[in-house]
Design a protein around this ligand. Structure first.
Ligand code: HEC
Ligand code: HEC
Length: 227
C-alpha cells in the first residue's frame, strides 16, 4: 500500500521506483511503533526525529542515520561512509539527487543539498576512520575464490580486478562494508526474476551481480565485510 500511496488520504506514493525493500522496512517500523521505547525509536528514526540537531546544519541530519562517526549506528542496511573514497560518495549523492540512483530515503536527503554541500559532506565522512581495502576476508573458500579469482566458466570477473585490496580508489571500497548492505545492493542490481533479459540493466555492476550464483550472494557479502 505504501508503495503506491494511500488513496483519498493524500499520501503520496513511495518516493523511489523499484525499491520494495525500503517500503518493507518502513512498514516494519510502523508496525513496531506502538511497542517501541523512546530509546529504540530514537535509534531507528535517528536523532533528527526529535528535532535534536536540526540547528546544527546538514551534518547532523546525516548523522541521525549514518552516525557522527560515519559507521551507520549499528544498522545493517546503512552503508559505512567512513573511509570511503570521497569522489565516490559525492557522485553517489549526485546520483540520488537526480534520481539516477533510486532510494526514497537518500533521494530526499540528497536533493536538499547544494553541489558544494554534497562535496563537503562526502569529504567529511570519507576522512573518518572506517572501511579500508584489505579489511575483508574470512574462512569461506568459495566466497574467497569469487572475490579473488572470479568464476571464469560463468564469465564472472574477480571482484579484486576492480575493487583491489591495495585501494587504488578508482572504484568504491567494499572491504569492511556491511554485509547486509552489500547483499542488498547486489540483489537490487540483479533485479526481479520476472524481468526479461533484454530489459535488464546492462551497466557493469548489474551484469556482474547477475553472474554471481544465487547462493553465493550472502557468503560473498560476508567475506567482503569480514564477518
Ligand atoms: C533516514 C536515514 C538517512 C539519512 C537521514 C541519510 N542517509 Fe545516507 N543512506 C541511508 C541509507 C539507508 C542508504 C543506502 C541507500 C541505498 O540503498 O542506496 C544511504 C546511502 C548513502 C550514501 C551512499 C553510500 C554508498 O556506499 O554508496 C551516501 C554517500 C550517503 N548516504 C550520504 C548521506 C548524507 C551526506 C546525508 C545527509 C545529507 C545522508 N546520507 C542522510 C540512510 C540515510
Ligand atoms: C569491472 C569492474 C568491477 C568489478 C569486476 C566489480 N565491480 Fe563492484 N563496482 C564497480 C563500480 C564501477 C562500482 C560503482 C557503481 C556505481 O557507482 O553505480 C561498483 C560498486 C560496487 C558496490 C557498491 C559499493 C557501495 O558502497 O555501495 C558493491 C557492493 C560491489 N561493487 C560489489 C562487487 C562484487 C561483490 C564484485 C565481484 C563479484 C564486484 N563488485 C566486481 C566495478 C566493478
Amino acid at each position: 500500500m505504501l508503495e503506491h500511496g494511500v488513496k483519498f488520504s493524500g499520501m503520496p506514493a513511495w518516493g523511489a521506483k523499484d525499491r520494495p525493500d525500503e517500503v518493507r522496512r518502513m512498514v516494519a517500523f510502523v508496525r513496531r511503533l506502538p511497542m517501541m521505547s523512546a530509546r529504540e525509536y530514537r535509534l531507528l528514526a535517528g536523532s533528527n526525529a526529535l528535532g535534536v540537531g536540526a540547528a546544527n546544519g546538514r551534518f547532523d541530519s546525516c548523522a541521525g542515520c549514518h552516525g557522527t562517526d560515519g559507521l551507520g549506528r549499528g544498522q545493517g542496511d546503512i552503508p559505512v561512509l567512513a573511509g570511503q573514497d570521497p569522489a565516490y560518495l559525492a557522485a553517489a549523492l549526485e546520483a540520488y539527487a537526480t534520481g539516477q540512483r533510486q532510494s526514497a530515503v537518500m533521494g530526499n536527503a540528497a536533493a536538499q543539498l547544494t553541489p558544494q554541500e554534497r562535496v563537503a559532506l562526502a569529504q567529511r565522512f570519507a576522512a573518518m576512520p572506517g572501511i579500508a581495502p584489505g579489511r575483508g576476508g574470512n574462512r569461506d573458500a568459495a566466497a574467497r575464490r569469487i572475490v579473488e579469482r572470479g568464476l571464469p566458466d560463468r564469465q564472472l570477473p574477480a571482484c579484486r580486478s576492480c575493487h583491489d585490496a591495495a585501494g587504488t580508489r578508482r572504484f568504491p571500497v567494499i572491504d569492511g562494508q556491511r554485509a547486509a548492505y552489500i547483499a542488498g545492493r547486489l540483489r537490487h542490481w540483479r533485479g526481479a526474476k520476472e524481468v526479461v533479459d533484454a530489459r535488464k540493466d546492462q551497466a557493469t555492476m548489474p551484469v556482474i551481480a547477475r553472474r554471481i550464483p544465487t547462493d553465493m550472494i550472502e557468503p560473498v557479502a560476508r567475506y567482503l565485510a569480514g564477518e
